[in-house]
Design a protein around this ligand. Structure first.
Ligand SMILES: [Zn+2]
Length: 74
């Protein structure tokens, strides 16, 4: 995990934004763990296609939503 990424994560955590997919609060506490209600950056554009994960507008979502269930929270 590179440093700019870490900075962005810290800033988003400080804002405590809700999940942009389901609108529910995100559990920001289990930092660094795989937790279904933890948060992740949900980058719309894959890095391989020129997406910028460090874009300040990158939405936050539940880890579940962004990974396992195809863009929907459980
Ligand atoms: Zn969600």
């Amino acid at each position: 995990m590179c440093r700019p990424y870490r900075r962005l994560v810290d800033r988003l955590r400080a804002q405590a934004l809700p999940c942009w997919i389901c609108g529910h609060n995100i559990n920001y506490k289990p930092y660094g763990r795989r937790h279904p209600l933890a948060f992740t950056l949900d980058d719309e554009t894959p890095l391989s296609k020129g997406g910028d994960l460090l874009d300040p507008a990158t939405p936050v979502a539940h880890t579940d939503a962004a990974t396992a269930s195809g863009g929907r929270c459980r």
